[in-house]
Design a protein around this ligand. Structure first.
Ligand code: GLY
Length: 430
């Protein structure tokens, strides 16, 4: 029996733990720190920790065979380098590769250098220069849309879509002058790609890539794709637009040059490379962003379609032998959906009040429904809200239409004070 440790506390980590736990060869799945859902699940144990050294002691004392890193922050801080140095098997990119997500400027220069299809961009360290660029861009054409991005990690809040000069100036000032995301040293202003957005995630050991089914995230807070950007309000898989020529173009013009770039720069290693793609008017996928981990809620969605056990894939990737098992990885040719239940006020200030959640048991018993906790805590057997995104309710079906019906039926059973969710997740695909 193999014990596994998952780092993180969201819906993605609960989904990973749940999938790993279904493997009879996996013993205990530890989550550090985990959440209310992982605390309640049988065979999964939450552990507290204070720093990397403490984690290492816990890995050793619990005979953990593999560490899986969920979020980007510990990767950017070098957790994978730390475990490698300690001789502990770890699935997650090293700090050098994590820069593809932790520095947008590094990622954009990488894409440019290796000819990865991507929208054009400019980077700025001085507000006046950004303002001058925006003035030129907005005076040149009507209907201009641009993305102002913090160079650094910002928990999903560092990417701002702007459609007027005033919005562009405000976003640039927020990130560069008010330093909303941290250091505020640099911003990137990127051209918009007007077509659909698709996510493709690849499990890799640095040499081989296993693609998960494509998916589509719903980043905006409100129905119809309007309102502020969030960490993701829901997703479905597969994305119908990712087929035929689009998929071919992705493989030739995105995946191939990315993989070549990783090799030449000495990057790569075990991890998940997330391609946030925008489809151009001619159907060409362009990389809007790389992430260096599973998406959330994309993980909760695509893992529902994985028929094979997850542990052997992650272990093989961490030992640089993914090619040996690549051909055996099976994905169901069905559809999956995830709808996020959040608290009113998310992603802005939502206070720290907690509310009991009702109906989880009933909803979780419905056919082909699985509920992952995104932000919950458990006390005396009651599950409480504990964050902005609270639950990831998922379902699978023979079509997106069927999966949607099941997921919204399950959500009807769940209730907590201030519960909010989008009712149009996956509607584009039916
Ligand atoms: N759902 C978008 C992300 O995980 O970055």
């Amino acid at each position: 029996m193999k014990n596994v440790l998952i780092i993180g506390s969201g819906g993605r980590e609960h989904a990973l733990a749940d999938k790993l736990k279904q493997d009879r060869k996996v013993g205990t799945v530890f989550c550090a720190p985990g959440n209310g859902g992982t605390k309640r699940a049988s065979g999964i144990e939450n552990i507290d920790f204070s720093g990397f050294d403490d984690l290492k002691r816990k890995v050793q004392s619990n005979a953990i065979d593999l560490v899986v890193v969920g979020p980007e922050k510990p990767l950017a801080e070098g957790i994978a380098d730390f475990f490698e140095g300690a001789g502990i098997s770890c699935f997650g990119f090293k700090k050098s590769t994590a820069r593809l997500e932790s520095s947008k400027n590094f990622a954009d220069e990488f894409k440019q250098k290796y000819g990865v299809q991507s929208p054009s961009f400019e980077s700025f360290s001085v507000y006046e220069e950004a303002k001058h660029f925006l003035e030129k861009r907005f005076s040149r054409s009507r209907g201009t849309k641009l993305w102002v991005k913090a160079d650094e990690l910002c928990g999903g809040k560092g990417v701002i879509g702007v459609e007027t000069l005033e919005e562009g100036e405000e976003a640039s000032s927020t990130l560069l002058e008010e330093k909303e995301c941290g250091v505020g040293e640099k911003i990137i202003i990127q051209e918009d790609v007007p077509g659909e957005e698709i996510t493709v995630q690849a499990l890799t050991d640095g040499d081989s890539f296993v693609l998960t089914p494509s998916s589509q995230d719903h980043k905006q807070l409100y129905e119809g794709g309007v309102g502020p950007n969030t960490g993701g309000m829901g997703a479905y898989a597969p994305a119908p637009a990712f087929s035929g020529q689009v998929e071919k173009n992705f493989r030739n013009e995105v995946l191939l040059p990315t993989s070549k770039g990783l090799q030449e720069e000495g990057l790569g290693g075990p991890g998940v490379l997330y391609f946030g793609l925008g489809l151009s008017e001619t159907g060409n996928p362009k990389v809007l962003e790389y992430n260096v981990r599973f998406g959330d809620p994309e993980a909760q969605t695509v893992l529902r379609l994985l028929d094979s056990d997850l542990y052997p894939i992650l272990k093989a990737a961490s030992e640089n032998r993914l090619s040996e098992i690549k051909g055996e990885v099976d994905w169901q040719e069905r559809a999956a959906i995830c709808v996020i239940l959040s608290v009113d006020g998310y992603p802005r200030d939502y206070g720290d009040e907690v509310y009991p959640i009702e109906g989880l048991k009933m909803a979780g018993k419905l056919p082909e429904v699985r509920i992952y906790h995104s932000g919950t805590a458990v006390e005396d057997g009651t599950v409480y809200t504990n964050g902005g995104r609270i639950l990831s309710v998922t379902a699978v079906g023979d079509s997106v239409r069927e999966a949607r019906r099941k997921v919204y039926r399950a959500i009807d059973e769940i209730h907590f004070e201030g519960m909010y969710y989008r009712k149009d997740i996956g509607s584009k695909a039916v």
